[in-house]
Ligand binder design. Structure first.
Ligand code: SAM
Ligand code: SF4
Length: 346
């Protein structure tokens, strides 16, 4: 599907005005900041990192805790209400619990969530909940321990499952599980994953693989569209019941008849959701990345290290958001992405 950017209107050409919400030139309000805490990870998932040649950034190139919190505080002033911690693997960042506490304390921040592989969540979940973390999305692509080891290049499914149970026990709810569906790897298992929602109030979300830097060939060989995954689920469970769209949620939600939870489809390749995009990303090295799949970034780290005051940073944030690209151009064959998912914060 080709996404067509709406024309920039005369009204939208006026200089951005300070307001409760910060909008881009297309009128989309940016309220959701995804914050990558690190480019490092304790897994090496096949759809996220190449088998060889992965480079991690020297620590001095990553934002310090102080720099990170400064950006989040300014974002809160500009109308951002939701923060998602991601990475790399956010749970390997030192001082994670303190960072969550500090972020949740900014006036205007209603929700702090995290996307994690859950390997370390068994021991961290209680402290994170107490610090104010609201909920978690957990990546789990298969329920077969051997396959899990292969897809994560060494990960332990039993520990991840303990992490999921701990998250549920401490109230990091609703639990959402993310599965990237890959042909010939876990595509035959989507029914088992969806089955989890029959008795549990969870959402299991099936993601289309995106052709990020380093995994282009995995995408080309392995992409399974949401339509195909849905057909597979319907062959097993019967017609899925569509649920109302949640504003700003890229997942289209459905329910297996009579199930306690829901399944979702995230379809950035076959059905882009750019029109309703409400998010920008802060990479671990301090770039405000305006669109996941485009290279336009604002170098907040260098501005801060160059002595920029808060007014100057606010102005850069607003100007960056204003020029946020309409959307990605995967359907037109453009895939000059230059960063892997773990280097952006998926
Ligand atoms: N390490 C954490 C995790 O795996 O949940 C957080 C970071 S990870 C980069 C965030 C999400 O991106 C995960 O749900 C993962 O499955 C997804 N992801 C990674 N590479 C992807 C790709 N090439 N296409 C689509 N999703 C991808
Ligand atoms: Fe690590 Fe998450 Fe990427 Fe897997 S998807 S390698 S867990 S950052």
């Amino acid at each position: 599907m080709v996404t067509i950017a709406p024309p920039v209107t005369l009204a939208s050409l006026a200089a951005p005005k300070p307001s409760a919400k910060t909008r881009d030139a297309y009128g989309r309000a940016m309220t959701y900041l995804r914050v990558s805490l690190t480019d490092r990870c304790n897994f090496r998932c096949v759809y996220c990192m190449p088998a060889v040649g992965m480079r991690f950034q020297p620590r001095e190139e990553l934002l310090t805790d102080e720099e990170l919190l400064r950006v989040v505080g300014l974002a809160a002033e500009l109308g951002f209400t939701k923060i998602r911690l991601t990475g790399g693997e956010p749970t390997v960042r030192p001082h994670l619990v303190d960072l969550v506490r500090a972020m949740k304390a900014f006036p205007g921040i209603d929700e702090v969530a995290m996307t994690t592989n859950a390997l370390l969540l068994g021991r961290l979940a209680g402290d994170l909940r107490a610090a104010g973390l609201d909920r978690v999305n957990i990546s789990i692509d298969t329920l077969d321990p051997a396959k899990f080891r292969l897809m994560t290049r060494g990960g332990r499914l039993d520990l991840v499952w303990e992490g999921i149970e701990a998250a549920e026990r401490v109230g990091l709810a609703p639990i959402k599980l993310n599965s990237v569906v890959l042909r010939g790897q876990n595509d035959h298992e989507v029914g088992e994953l969806a089955q989890l929602t029959v008795d549990r109030p969870w959402q299991v979300r099936f993601l289309e693989i995106m052709p990020m830097e380093g995994v282009g060939a995995v995408h080309d060989e392995g992409l399974v569209t949401s339509e195909e995954t849905q057909a597979r689920l319907e062959a097993r469970f019967g017609p899925l019941e569509p649920l109302p769209e949640a504003p700003g949620d890229p997942a289209r939600a459905w329910r297996i008849q009579g199930a306690a939870g829901t399944v979702g489809f995230i379809s950035p390749v076959s059905a882009p959701f750019c029109a309703t995009c409400n998010r920008v990303r802060l990479t671990a090295d301090g770039k405000l990345r305006l669109c996941l799949l485009r290279n336009d970034e604002v170098d907040l780290r260098d501005l801060m290290r160059g002595g920029a005051d808060d007014d100057a940073l606010r102005a850069e944030l607003r100007a960056g958001i204003w020029r946020k690209p309409w959307g990605h151009k995967l359907s037109e064959g453009e895939r000059d992405i230059r960063r892997g998912m773990s280097q952006i914060g998926g």
